[in-house]
Design a protein around this ligand. Structure first.
Ligand code: FAD
Ligand code: FES
Length: 387
Protein backbone atom coordinates (compact mmCIF):
# COMPACT_ATOMS: atom_id res chain seq x y z
CA UNK A 1 0.00 0.00 0.00
CA UNK A 2 1.38 3.41 -0.95
CA UNK A 3 2.24 5.79 1.89
CA UNK A 4 0.12 8.85 1.37
CA UNK A 5 1.12 12.42 1.63
CA UNK A 6 -1.34 14.07 3.93
CA UNK A 7 -2.00 17.22 2.02
CA UNK A 8 -1.99 18.12 -1.59
CA UNK A 9 0.47 20.70 -2.75
CA UNK A 10 -1.30 24.05 -2.90
CA UNK A 11 1.37 25.48 -5.18
CA UNK A 12 0.45 22.78 -7.71
CA UNK A 13 -2.83 24.53 -8.45
CA UNK A 14 -2.63 26.71 -11.54
CA UNK A 15 -2.15 30.40 -10.91
CA UNK A 16 -5.03 32.85 -11.28
CA UNK A 17 -5.54 33.52 -14.95
CA UNK A 18 -4.74 29.86 -15.72
CA UNK A 19 -1.86 28.21 -17.51
CA UNK A 20 1.82 29.02 -17.38
CA UNK A 21 2.92 32.63 -17.81
CA UNK A 22 4.48 33.12 -21.25
CA UNK A 23 7.94 34.70 -21.58
CA UNK A 24 6.42 38.17 -22.27
CA UNK A 25 4.11 38.02 -19.22
CA UNK A 26 7.00 36.82 -17.10
CA UNK A 27 9.25 39.69 -18.26
CA UNK A 28 6.54 42.30 -17.60
CA UNK A 29 5.77 40.78 -14.24
CA UNK A 30 9.45 40.62 -13.29
CA UNK A 31 9.89 44.28 -14.25
CA UNK A 32 6.72 45.63 -12.69
CA UNK A 33 6.56 43.54 -9.53
CA UNK A 34 9.69 45.01 -7.87
CA UNK A 35 8.45 48.55 -8.61
CA UNK A 36 5.00 47.85 -7.18
CA UNK A 37 6.71 46.35 -4.14
CA UNK A 38 8.93 49.45 -3.73
CA UNK A 39 5.87 51.72 -3.78
CA UNK A 40 3.97 49.45 -1.39
CA UNK A 41 6.96 49.22 0.98
CA UNK A 42 7.33 53.03 0.94
CA UNK A 43 3.63 53.43 1.77
CA UNK A 44 3.91 51.35 4.94
CA UNK A 45 7.39 52.43 6.13
CA UNK A 46 8.86 51.60 8.67
CA UNK A 47 7.19 48.21 8.05
CA UNK A 48 7.51 46.28 4.79
CA UNK A 49 4.50 45.25 2.74
CA UNK A 50 5.21 41.64 3.83
CA UNK A 51 4.77 42.68 7.47
CA UNK A 52 1.38 44.20 6.64
CA UNK A 53 0.27 41.20 4.57
CA UNK A 54 1.47 38.86 7.34
CA UNK A 55 -0.67 40.74 9.80
CA UNK A 56 -3.86 40.22 7.83
CA UNK A 57 -3.06 36.92 6.10
CA UNK A 58 -0.21 35.11 7.89
CA UNK A 59 -0.79 31.77 6.19
CA UNK A 60 -0.62 33.19 2.64
CA UNK A 61 1.62 31.56 0.01
CA UNK A 62 5.02 33.19 -0.44
CA UNK A 63 5.34 34.19 3.21
CA UNK A 64 7.50 32.35 5.72
CA UNK A 65 5.88 28.95 6.43
CA UNK A 66 3.57 29.21 9.40
CA UNK A 67 0.54 27.52 10.84
CA UNK A 68 -2.38 28.48 13.04
CA UNK A 69 -3.33 26.31 16.01
CA UNK A 70 -6.89 25.13 15.50
CA UNK A 71 -7.40 22.88 18.53
CA UNK A 72 -5.51 21.51 21.53
CA UNK A 73 -6.84 18.19 22.82
CA UNK A 74 -5.51 16.53 25.98
CA UNK A 75 -4.46 12.91 25.39
CA UNK A 76 -3.19 11.98 28.86
CA UNK A 77 -2.59 14.11 31.98
CA UNK A 78 0.81 15.18 30.53
CA UNK A 79 0.28 15.17 26.78
CA UNK A 80 -1.88 16.87 24.19
CA UNK A 81 -2.50 16.84 20.48
CA UNK A 82 -2.11 20.17 18.73
CA UNK A 83 -4.06 20.47 15.50
CA UNK A 84 -2.61 23.06 13.11
CA UNK A 85 -3.77 24.63 9.88
CA UNK A 86 -0.55 24.98 7.89
CA UNK A 87 0.08 27.87 5.51
CA UNK A 88 0.13 27.49 1.76
CA UNK A 89 3.79 26.52 1.61
CA UNK A 90 3.12 23.20 3.37
CA UNK A 91 3.89 20.36 0.95
CA UNK A 92 2.55 17.39 2.93
CA UNK A 93 4.45 14.53 4.55
CA UNK A 94 4.91 10.80 4.61
CA UNK A 95 3.62 9.22 7.86
CA UNK A 96 6.54 8.72 10.26
CA UNK A 97 8.16 12.06 9.37
CA UNK A 98 8.46 15.03 11.71
CA UNK A 99 7.98 18.77 11.48
CA UNK A 100 10.18 21.45 13.04
CA UNK A 101 8.01 23.94 14.83
CA UNK A 102 8.94 27.35 16.22
CA UNK A 103 6.99 28.95 19.06
CA UNK A 104 7.54 32.17 20.94
CA UNK A 105 7.92 31.39 24.63
CA UNK A 106 8.30 34.42 26.88
CA UNK A 107 9.38 36.48 23.88
CA UNK A 108 12.01 34.00 22.68
CA UNK A 109 11.50 31.92 19.53
CA UNK A 110 12.29 28.27 20.29
CA UNK A 111 12.34 25.51 17.69
CA UNK A 112 11.69 21.84 18.41
CA UNK A 113 10.84 18.79 16.29
CA UNK A 114 7.57 16.83 16.56
CA UNK A 115 6.43 13.74 14.70
CA UNK A 116 3.31 14.18 12.63
CA UNK A 117 0.63 12.03 14.22
CA UNK A 118 -1.95 11.93 11.50
CA UNK A 119 -2.48 9.99 8.35
CA UNK A 120 -4.41 11.37 5.42
CA UNK A 121 -6.67 14.30 6.35
CA UNK A 122 -9.06 15.67 3.76
CA UNK A 123 -9.21 18.99 5.65
CA UNK A 124 -5.46 19.59 5.08
CA UNK A 125 -4.76 20.09 8.79
CA UNK A 126 -1.69 18.60 10.46
CA UNK A 127 -1.31 17.32 14.01
CA UNK A 128 1.47 16.75 16.51
CA UNK A 129 1.18 15.12 19.93
CA UNK A 130 3.42 16.50 22.63
CA UNK A 131 4.34 14.96 25.97
CA UNK A 132 5.63 17.35 28.62
CA UNK A 133 9.20 16.74 29.79
CA UNK A 134 10.06 18.04 33.27
CA UNK A 135 11.22 21.65 32.94
CA UNK A 136 10.61 21.51 29.19
CA UNK A 137 10.17 24.99 27.73
CA UNK A 138 8.36 24.10 24.52
CA UNK A 139 6.57 20.90 25.53
CA UNK A 140 5.06 22.59 28.59
CA UNK A 141 4.07 25.61 26.52
CA UNK A 142 2.36 23.45 23.88
CA UNK A 143 0.57 21.15 26.33
CA UNK A 144 -0.44 23.71 28.97
CA UNK A 145 -0.52 27.18 27.45
CA UNK A 146 -0.97 27.29 23.71
CA UNK A 147 -4.48 28.28 22.61
CA UNK A 148 -6.45 27.98 19.36
CA UNK A 149 -5.60 30.92 17.13
CA UNK A 150 -1.89 30.98 18.07
CA UNK A 151 0.49 31.29 15.12
CA UNK A 152 3.42 28.88 15.02
CA UNK A 153 6.39 28.73 12.67
CA UNK A 154 6.87 25.57 10.62
CA UNK A 155 9.55 23.97 8.46
CA UNK A 156 8.80 21.39 5.76
CA UNK A 157 8.32 17.80 6.96
CA UNK A 158 11.49 15.75 7.06
CA UNK A 159 12.88 12.43 8.27
CA UNK A 160 13.39 8.94 6.90
CA UNK A 161 11.56 6.97 9.60
CA UNK A 162 8.92 5.83 7.13
CA UNK A 163 7.58 2.44 6.14
CA UNK A 164 9.17 0.79 3.11
CA UNK A 165 7.44 0.25 -0.22
CA UNK A 166 6.40 -2.38 -0.96
CA UNK A 167 5.32 -3.16 2.59
CA UNK A 168 6.82 -6.25 4.24
CA UNK A 169 4.41 -9.09 5.03
CA UNK A 170 5.18 -8.81 8.77
CA UNK A 171 6.18 -5.87 10.93
CA UNK A 172 7.17 -5.27 14.54
CA UNK A 173 6.64 -1.82 16.06
CA UNK A 174 8.29 -1.16 19.43
CA UNK A 175 7.38 2.13 21.10
CA UNK A 176 7.40 3.66 24.55
CA UNK A 177 5.89 6.86 25.97
CA UNK A 178 5.72 9.64 23.37
CA UNK A 179 7.58 7.30 20.98
CA UNK A 180 4.15 6.16 19.77
CA UNK A 181 3.76 9.45 17.85
CA UNK A 182 5.45 8.65 14.51
CA UNK A 183 3.99 5.13 14.62
CA UNK A 184 0.38 6.27 15.14
CA UNK A 185 0.75 8.34 11.95
CA UNK A 186 1.86 5.20 10.09
CA UNK A 187 -1.00 3.12 11.55
CA UNK A 188 -3.64 5.75 10.79
CA UNK A 189 -2.35 5.87 7.24
CA UNK A 190 -2.48 2.08 6.89
CA UNK A 191 -5.90 1.67 8.48
CA UNK A 192 -7.78 4.58 6.97
CA UNK A 193 -9.11 2.44 4.16
CA UNK A 194 -12.10 0.15 4.65
CA UNK A 195 -9.99 -2.78 3.46
CA UNK A 196 -7.50 -4.06 6.07
CA UNK A 197 -3.86 -3.92 4.90
CA UNK A 198 -2.23 -7.21 4.03
CA UNK A 199 0.43 -6.90 6.71
CA UNK A 200 0.73 -8.73 9.99
CA UNK A 201 1.63 -6.12 12.63
CA UNK A 202 2.73 -6.56 16.24
CA UNK A 203 2.87 -3.38 18.33
CA UNK A 204 4.71 -3.53 21.67
CA UNK A 205 3.99 -0.31 23.51
CA UNK A 206 5.24 0.63 26.99
CA UNK A 207 3.95 3.43 29.19
CA UNK A 208 4.07 4.13 32.90
CA UNK A 209 0.44 3.13 33.50
CA UNK A 210 -2.76 2.52 31.56
CA UNK A 211 -3.88 6.14 31.98
CA UNK A 212 -0.52 7.32 30.57
CA UNK A 213 -0.87 5.45 27.28
CA UNK A 214 -1.09 8.08 24.56
CA UNK A 215 -3.70 7.00 21.99
CA UNK A 216 -4.52 4.05 24.32
CA UNK A 217 -8.14 3.75 23.28
CA UNK A 218 -7.25 3.92 19.60
CA UNK A 219 -4.52 1.28 19.61
CA UNK A 220 -6.63 -1.05 21.76
CA UNK A 221 -9.42 -0.51 19.21
CA UNK A 222 -7.08 -1.54 16.38
CA UNK A 223 -6.22 -4.70 18.32
CA UNK A 224 -9.89 -5.52 18.99
CA UNK A 225 -10.65 -5.04 15.30
CA UNK A 226 -7.90 -7.56 14.47
CA UNK A 227 -5.78 -4.98 12.64
CA UNK A 228 -2.74 -5.63 14.81
CA UNK A 229 -1.59 -7.60 17.84
CA UNK A 230 -0.99 -5.25 20.77
CA UNK A 231 1.37 -5.99 23.67
CA UNK A 232 0.68 -3.18 26.14
CA UNK A 233 3.19 -2.95 28.98
CA UNK A 234 2.75 -0.80 32.09
CA UNK A 235 6.15 -0.12 33.53
CA UNK A 236 4.88 0.90 37.00
CA UNK A 237 3.76 -2.66 37.69
CA UNK A 238 5.98 -4.87 35.53
CA UNK A 239 9.13 -2.77 34.90
CA UNK A 240 10.63 -1.75 31.58
CA UNK A 241 10.72 -3.96 28.51
CA UNK A 242 13.83 -6.12 28.56
CA UNK A 243 14.95 -6.88 25.00
CA UNK A 244 15.59 -10.49 26.08
CA UNK A 245 11.80 -10.82 26.43
CA UNK A 246 11.31 -10.19 22.72
CA UNK A 247 11.65 -13.83 21.64
CA UNK A 248 8.88 -14.82 24.02
CA UNK A 249 6.63 -11.85 23.14
CA UNK A 250 7.21 -12.20 19.40
CA UNK A 251 8.15 -15.80 18.53
CA UNK A 252 8.63 -14.96 14.81
CA UNK A 253 10.81 -11.93 15.62
CA UNK A 254 13.38 -12.81 12.94
CA UNK A 255 10.71 -12.49 10.23
CA UNK A 256 9.75 -8.94 11.20
CA UNK A 257 11.62 -5.73 10.37
CA UNK A 258 11.44 -3.66 13.58
CA UNK A 259 10.51 0.03 13.71
CA UNK A 260 11.20 1.56 17.11
CA UNK A 261 10.82 4.92 18.82
CA UNK A 262 11.17 5.67 22.51
CA UNK A 263 13.64 6.59 25.23
CA UNK A 264 17.39 6.40 24.64
CA UNK A 265 17.86 3.29 26.86
CA UNK A 266 15.27 1.24 24.96
CA UNK A 267 16.64 2.21 21.54
CA UNK A 268 20.26 1.57 22.57
CA UNK A 269 19.47 -1.91 23.86
CA UNK A 270 17.35 -2.72 20.80
CA UNK A 271 20.22 -1.65 18.54
CA UNK A 272 22.63 -3.89 20.42
CA UNK A 273 20.17 -6.82 20.50
CA UNK A 274 19.25 -6.62 16.80
CA UNK A 275 22.85 -6.03 15.64
CA UNK A 276 24.00 -9.14 17.55
CA UNK A 277 21.27 -11.23 15.87
CA UNK A 278 21.57 -9.61 12.42
CA UNK A 279 17.94 -8.39 12.58
CA UNK A 280 16.58 -5.43 10.65
CA UNK A 281 15.92 -2.33 12.82
CA UNK A 282 14.90 1.25 12.05
CA UNK A 283 14.84 3.75 14.89
CA UNK A 284 13.58 7.29 15.41
CA UNK A 285 15.41 9.14 18.17
CA UNK A 286 14.06 12.20 19.94
CA UNK A 287 17.45 12.86 21.56
CA UNK A 288 20.99 12.62 20.15
CA UNK A 289 23.33 9.75 20.97
CA UNK A 290 26.08 11.25 23.10
CA UNK A 291 29.00 8.88 23.35
CA UNK A 292 31.98 11.09 24.12
CA UNK A 293 33.31 11.55 27.66
CA UNK A 294 32.65 15.16 28.68
CA UNK A 295 35.58 17.57 28.28
CA UNK A 296 36.48 20.62 30.33
CA UNK A 297 34.00 23.13 28.82
CA UNK A 298 34.80 26.82 28.54
CA UNK A 299 33.56 30.38 28.14
CA UNK A 300 31.76 31.07 24.88
CA UNK A 301 31.64 34.67 23.69
CA UNK A 302 28.84 35.73 21.34
CA UNK A 303 30.53 38.70 19.70
CA UNK A 304 27.46 40.36 18.15
CA UNK A 305 25.82 40.84 21.53
CA UNK A 306 28.98 40.83 23.63
CA UNK A 307 27.56 38.03 25.79
CA UNK A 308 29.78 35.54 27.62
CA UNK A 309 28.26 32.18 28.50
CA UNK A 310 29.87 29.49 30.67
CA UNK A 311 29.38 26.14 28.93
CA UNK A 312 30.01 22.96 30.94
CA UNK A 313 31.84 20.18 29.10
CA UNK A 314 28.75 17.94 28.96
CA UNK A 315 26.36 20.66 27.74
CA UNK A 316 25.59 21.75 24.19
CA UNK A 317 26.47 25.36 23.40
CA UNK A 318 22.90 25.80 22.15
CA UNK A 319 21.36 24.75 25.49
CA UNK A 320 23.75 26.85 27.58
CA UNK A 321 23.29 29.92 25.38
CA UNK A 322 19.48 29.66 25.43
CA UNK A 323 19.54 29.24 29.21
CA UNK A 324 21.58 32.44 29.38
CA UNK A 325 18.99 34.27 27.24
CA UNK A 326 20.94 34.36 23.95
CA UNK A 327 18.61 34.15 20.93
CA UNK A 328 19.89 31.07 19.05
CA UNK A 329 18.79 29.46 15.79
CA UNK A 330 17.78 25.82 16.34
CA UNK A 331 15.74 22.95 14.95
CA UNK A 332 15.96 19.23 15.66
CA UNK A 333 18.51 19.72 18.48
CA UNK A 334 20.14 16.40 17.62
CA UNK A 335 22.54 17.05 14.77
CA UNK A 336 20.25 16.35 11.84
CA UNK A 337 18.86 19.54 10.37
CA UNK A 338 21.79 22.04 10.46
CA UNK A 339 19.46 24.87 11.60
CA UNK A 340 21.71 25.63 14.58
CA UNK A 341 24.93 26.12 12.63
CA UNK A 342 26.93 29.21 13.60
CA UNK A 343 30.40 30.41 12.55
CA UNK A 344 33.09 29.81 15.15
CA UNK A 345 35.59 32.66 14.79
CA UNK A 346 38.14 31.53 17.31
CA UNK A 347 38.73 28.67 19.73
CA UNK A 348 37.97 24.96 19.94
CA UNK A 349 34.69 23.09 20.30
CA UNK A 350 34.01 19.43 20.98
CA UNK A 351 31.42 17.19 19.28
CA UNK A 352 29.40 15.63 22.13
CA UNK A 353 28.68 12.52 20.04
CA UNK A 354 32.24 11.44 19.29
CA UNK A 355 34.58 13.83 21.10
CA UNK A 356 36.00 15.21 17.84
CA UNK A 357 37.56 18.68 18.18
CA UNK A 358 37.02 21.53 15.72
CA UNK A 359 39.38 24.51 15.77
CA UNK A 360 39.03 28.03 14.44
CA UNK A 361 42.24 30.03 14.24
CA UNK A 362 42.10 33.62 12.94
CA UNK A 363 44.42 33.98 9.95
CA UNK A 364 44.52 30.20 9.41
CA UNK A 365 40.96 28.95 9.13
CA UNK A 366 38.23 30.53 6.93
CA UNK A 367 37.89 34.28 7.59
CA UNK A 368 34.09 33.92 7.96
CA UNK A 369 34.60 31.29 10.66
CA UNK A 370 34.24 27.52 10.85
CA UNK A 371 30.65 26.29 10.76
CA UNK A 372 29.63 24.49 13.97
CA UNK A 373 26.41 22.66 14.90
CA UNK A 374 25.80 24.21 18.30
CA UNK A 375 23.19 21.60 19.35
CA UNK A 376 25.69 18.72 19.53
CA UNK A 377 28.84 20.70 20.35
CA UNK A 378 30.31 21.88 23.62
CA UNK A 379 33.13 24.32 24.30
CA UNK A 380 36.65 22.99 24.72
CA UNK A 381 38.22 26.06 26.24
CA UNK A 382 37.36 29.71 25.47
CA UNK A 383 35.82 30.34 22.07
CA UNK A 384 34.08 33.09 20.12
CA UNK A 385 31.14 33.01 17.72
CA UNK A 386 30.37 36.02 15.53
CA UNK A 387 26.64 35.52 16.33
C1 FAD B 1 12.74 13.82 15.18
C2 FAD B 1 12.10 14.19 16.52
C3 FAD B 1 10.75 13.96 16.70
C4 FAD B 1 10.17 14.27 17.94
N1 FAD B 1 8.84 14.01 18.11
C5 FAD B 1 8.27 14.28 19.31
C6 FAD B 1 6.88 13.99 19.51
O1 FAD B 1 6.17 13.55 18.61
N2 FAD B 1 6.34 14.27 20.74
C7 FAD B 1 7.11 14.78 21.77
O2 FAD B 1 6.57 15.00 22.85
N3 FAD B 1 8.42 15.04 21.58
C8 FAD B 1 9.01 14.83 20.38
N4 FAD B 1 10.34 15.13 20.20
C9 FAD B 1 11.08 15.78 21.30
C10 FAD B 1 10.88 17.31 21.20
O3 FAD B 1 11.52 17.80 20.03
C11 FAD B 1 11.49 18.07 22.37
O4 FAD B 1 12.81 17.64 22.56
C12 FAD B 1 10.71 17.87 23.66
O5 FAD B 1 9.38 18.33 23.50
C13 FAD B 1 11.38 18.64 24.81
O6 FAD B 1 11.46 19.98 24.48
P1 FAD B 1 11.33 21.09 25.60
O7 FAD B 1 11.59 22.42 25.00
O8 FAD B 1 10.06 20.92 26.34
O9 FAD B 1 12.51 20.70 26.61
P2 FAD B 1 13.86 21.53 26.84
O10 FAD B 1 13.53 22.83 27.46
O11 FAD B 1 14.65 21.53 25.55
O12 FAD B 1 14.62 20.59 27.86
C14 FAD B 1 14.21 20.52 29.24
C15 FAD B 1 14.91 19.37 29.90
O13 FAD B 1 14.41 18.13 29.37
C16 FAD B 1 15.44 17.37 28.77
N5 FAD B 1 14.84 16.84 27.53
C17 FAD B 1 14.76 17.44 26.32
N6 FAD B 1 14.13 16.65 25.44
C18 FAD B 1 13.78 15.53 26.11
C19 FAD B 1 13.10 14.34 25.72
N7 FAD B 1 12.62 14.14 24.46
N8 FAD B 1 12.93 13.41 26.68
C20 FAD B 1 13.38 13.58 27.95
N9 FAD B 1 14.04 14.69 28.35
C21 FAD B 1 14.24 15.65 27.44
C22 FAD B 1 16.57 18.36 28.48
O14 FAD B 1 17.84 17.72 28.52
C23 FAD B 1 16.42 19.33 29.63
O15 FAD B 1 17.05 18.85 30.77
C24 FAD B 1 10.95 14.83 18.98
C25 FAD B 1 12.31 15.08 18.76
C26 FAD B 1 12.89 14.76 17.54
C27 FAD B 1 14.34 15.05 17.34
S1 FES C 1 19.33 21.94 15.64
FE1 FES C 1 19.27 20.49 14.02
S2 FES C 1 21.40 20.12 13.65
FE2 FES C 1 21.40 21.40 15.39
Amino acid sequence: MEPMTSTTLPGARSAAGGGRPGPLRRTLRDTIAPKVRQVADAAVTPLSIDDVLDHFHPLRGGSELRGRVVQVTPETPRSATVLIKPGRGWHGHVPGQFVRLGVDVDGVRLWRSYSLTHGPRPDGLISITVKMVPGGAVSTHLVRRVKPGTLVHLAPAEGDFVLPQPMPRKLLLVTAGSGITPVIGMLRNLFHKAEAPDVDIVLIHSALARAEVIFGREIRGYAEAGLLRLVELHTDTRGRLDVDELDQLVPDLAERPTYACGPVGLLDSLEEHHAARGLELFVERFRPVLLAEPGEGGTVTFAATGTDVEVAGDTAILDAAEDAGVLMPSGCRMGICMSCVLPLKEGTVRDLRNGELTHAVPGETHPDGVMVQTCITSAAGPCTFSH
